[in-house]
Write a protein that binds this ligand. Structure first.
Ligand code: G3P
Length: 218
């Protein structure tokens, strides 16, 4: 499963990419506004930091504008994936961009039927927002399970990118379901490799080694 960081802050991206197991980056307009570096500048800087996909979202609401912005964003770097909202206009834009060989990530997906349409349009990725579904009283991961089931039945090649991740358990469940990718905020990402028993075990080993005067050189 690919693990992406959900951030538009180049400094943050540089830090987590150095961990070695982050496969790509997703941004959105809210994250870009927060990062305060402008859209093109931030996307270009981030795309140079990571070999894997970097999702950058169009701002237009109509197909023509989305396609124009999509081409512009894709021209920034070969690893840019154009993020398009799951609207009728967005699905049409995805079809046009896909026909030109431009990778897309259909975002703001909240239902299996929406995801079916994204796959039929030729999306490279579809992003179900599990955290926002949970927040609204739905079961976000159940939506992901249904999307994966539908995609398997029809052998769609669209990759399911679990987004709006709130905690480690979303990542665990995404992996168990066989989701292709998850995008994780930096704070949650930092916690993925941590476990209190690892910390306790390490402290015990360190104490025992120190008490015995152990050294890797002797
Ligand atoms: O980037 C899309 C998605 O991951 C946003 O997450 O936390 O704003 O619901 P959130």
């Amino acid at each position: 499963m690919e693990i992406f960081v959900d951030s538009a802050d180049p400094d943050e991206v540089r830090r987590v990419v150095a961990l070695g197991w982050v496969d790509g980056v997703t941004t959105n307009p809210t994250l870009l506004a927060r990062a305060g570096r402008g859209l093109r500048a931030a996307v270009a800087e981030i795309a140079a930091l990571v070999r894997g996909p970097v999702s950058a979202e169009v701002l237009a609401a109509e197909t023509e504008g989305m396609v124009h912005e999509g081409r512009t964003l894709a021209a920034i770097s070969p690893n840019v994936v154009v993020k398009v909202p799951l609207t009728a206009a967005g699905l049409r834009a995805v079809e046009i961009l896909a026909a030109e060989g431009i990778a897309t990530n259909v975002t703001l997906c909240f239902s299996p039927v929406q995801a079916l349409l994204a796959a039929k349009a030729g999306a490279t990725y579809v992003s179900p927002f599990v955290g926002r579904l949970d927040d609204a009283g739905h079961d976000g991961m159940a939506v992901v399970a249904e999307i994966l089931d539908i995609y398997r039945r029809y052998e769609f090649s669209t990759r399911v990118l679990v987004a709006s991740v709130r905690h480690t358990d979303h990542v665990r469940r995404a992996a168990l379901l066989g989701a292709h990718a998850a995008t994780v905020p930096p704070k949650v990402l930092d916690g993925l490799c941590r476990h209190p028993m690892t910390d306790a075990g390490l402290a015990r080993f360190a104490a025992d080694a120190a008490a015995a005067g152990l050294s890797a050189d002797t």
